[in-house]
Design a binder for this molecule. Structure first.
Ligand code: IPE
Ligand code: MG
Length: 222
């Protein structure tokens, strides 16, 4: 979800307004993905690198996140969405961590869209924590170094048990992946769109899905 600040700047609005509109777009698009029959959606809400931003901006994003969590605790009862959080939660406030746990608990038996919200997420950190946990198992004699495989690493990612992404969509006109799902994206199809996230509409998702449908996926085979 990229381009919130550029969107605000274009309208001479404060950055916080960009993030607020972006959060609204996130709500709409998530619901739309559920309607489209998409099974898994991972949204990049906050990266391990986003702490480099001014404290006031980070605080504003965390405040929005808390608002979303509070309101969704009610909303979640109506929606058939299962929510999970991925990332390193250690630097988050205990209050936010508790709300996240509550959201996961409330939605764990939902059968519709599986929504992953990546918060303080970094693809490299995710791989590093998987390596640390595997090293621990080796040190405790529960795993042999020879058994560290693609499958073992996959099973230690935050997304364990979920399929790899088929499509990764980046809005805002930037052509990079910025540390998102590095391990899982080995064979993902990328779609880059020149549209700022707060302007993103269900019709834009339709366009991305149509583009995806034209791709010929060979996974290194024929
Ligand atoms: C994405 O929009 C939101 C977060 C990273 C939290 P940006 O804040 O990155 O907006 P731009 O890319 O600077 O316009
Ligand atoms: Mg950005």
């Amino acid at each position: 979800m990229d381009g919130n600040r550029r969107w605000a700047k274009k309208r001479s609005l404060p950055r916080s307004a960009g993030h607020r509109y972006g959060a609204q777009t996130f709500r709409n698009i998530t619901k739309y993905c559920g309607k489209c029959g998409i099974k898994y959606l991972t949204v990049y809400a906050f990266s391990t690198e986003n702490w480099k931003r001014p404290k006031s901006e980070v605080d504003g994003i965390m405040k929005l996140f808390k608002e979303y969590l509070n309101e969704s605790i009610t909303d979640f009862r109506k929606e058939n969405i299962k929510t999970c959080f991925i990332g390193d939660f250690t630097p988050l406030s205990p209050e936010i961590i508790e709300l996240m746990r509550e959201a996961e608990e409330l939605t764990k038996d939902k059968t519709g869209l599986c929504l992953n919200i990546a918060i303080n997420y970094g693809g490299r950190e995710e791989i590093a924590q998987a390596a640390r946990r595997l090293a621990m198992e080796v040190a405790q004699g529960r795993l042999s170094p020879d058994d560290i495989s693609d499958e073992q690493l996959t099973a230690h990612m935050y997304t364990a048990g979920q399929p790899d992404p088929d499509l990764i969509l980046r809005p805002s006109g930037e052509y990079r992946i910025s540390n998102f799902l590095l391990w899982q994206s080995a064979y993902a199809e990328y779609v880059f769109m020149d549209i700022l996230w707060p302007d993103f509409k269900p019709a834009d998702l339709d366009k991305a899905l149509a583009e995806y449908a034209k791709r010929n996926r060979r996974f290194g085979g024929v």
